[in-house]
Design a protein around this ligand. Sequence first.
Ligand code: C5P
Length: 401
Amino acid sequence: MLSGKKILVGVTGSIAAYKTAYLIRELIKLEAEVKVIMTKASSDFISPLTLATLSKNPVAIDFVKDEESGEWENHVALGLWADLFIIAPASANSISKLVSGNADNLLVATYLSAKCPVWIAPAMDLDMFKHFSTNENLSKLRDKGVHVIEPTEGELASGLEGKGRMEEPEVIAQLIHEYFMADSILKGRNILITGGPTYEAIDPVRFIGNHSSGKTGILLADECAKRGAKVTLITGPTNIKVKDPHINVINVRSALEMMQAVEKLWSGMDIGIFSAAVADYRPLEVADEKIKKSDEELTIKLVKNPDILLWTGEHKRADQYLVGFALETENEVENGFKKLAKKNLDLLVLNSLNDKGAGFGHDTNKVSFLKTNNKIRSFELKDKSAVMADIINEIEEDLES
Ligand code: C5P
């Protein structure tokens, strides 16, 4: 997924501009944040309204937003906002302006301000593409680090056949996806994730458990695997299937089994993300036979389970990174910071119970990240998989810094 990635899409005057609508849709599906800049000529081919609706952001075309108030479009801010600037389609005219730096429109001005990687997907008639002017311009851009997505061969709008068709939107979106994934600092790293509930046996047929579905652990594992990490997921009982065959799944039932698995694996890991809803207590004794309902009252003596995350924090080396979760009902931030310190964590994900749509039984969640030095970062309510991507982005940023 491209969650957290900011993609600026530039559109120039070519019939292929209609394909940009599909490109934007693909990028949004991959959860990227998308903003669009169009040249005036491109708006003859596709309406700004279409691209604004698909990108979920207003489209920028002119330097001046509102003549009366003097409000202007900040091309410098747009250029700095983007993690990647893709100009698709890139017409022969716009390509030449990129080379000469002729900033007579917002798109080229933004290109000159952009600090991020710039990609272009040329689209034009075959003879225009073959022309030495276009060739020279493209090779100059390549020399300066602009990534050119080669056009494909086929039928062109002119009716002629040849090379000049803009690459298909799905392919461009996939290339962008691969680019960001290849980029991940998590590639090849060993990540240990705990998830799911634990079941604490009372007798051969009964247990003490909780309502955790195991979804969080699996979403975290998916997100890390997608970024090329070597993931081991230790999960308590869950009905959700782990689809990614690259994830090494270890199924456990009780806290003690989870503890044993973590003890065995932790020293070989680079990162730990502990999201399991571990039962705090277990029955002192497990009856060999099913307990009969003979007496009016039944007392089960419980003993404390090991705190797996605490043990892991105590055995954390300087090169290891550890993430825990907390769900507090009062003084959440204060207690969260205490937990971060006590368990020797690098990141504590604080779940909110006080917000609508957050917490148990929802597909959305609202979290804050607590870090050492009293640093706190709060997020709005969002889809659970987007929350997982935010967590993994945060780990990546910390490892990169
Ligand atoms: O202390 P508390 O239970 O609130 O901490 C929650 C965090 O600790 C979660 O990350 C959970 O996975 C982890 N935990 C654990 N072992 C326990 C209890 C909690 O790993 N016995």
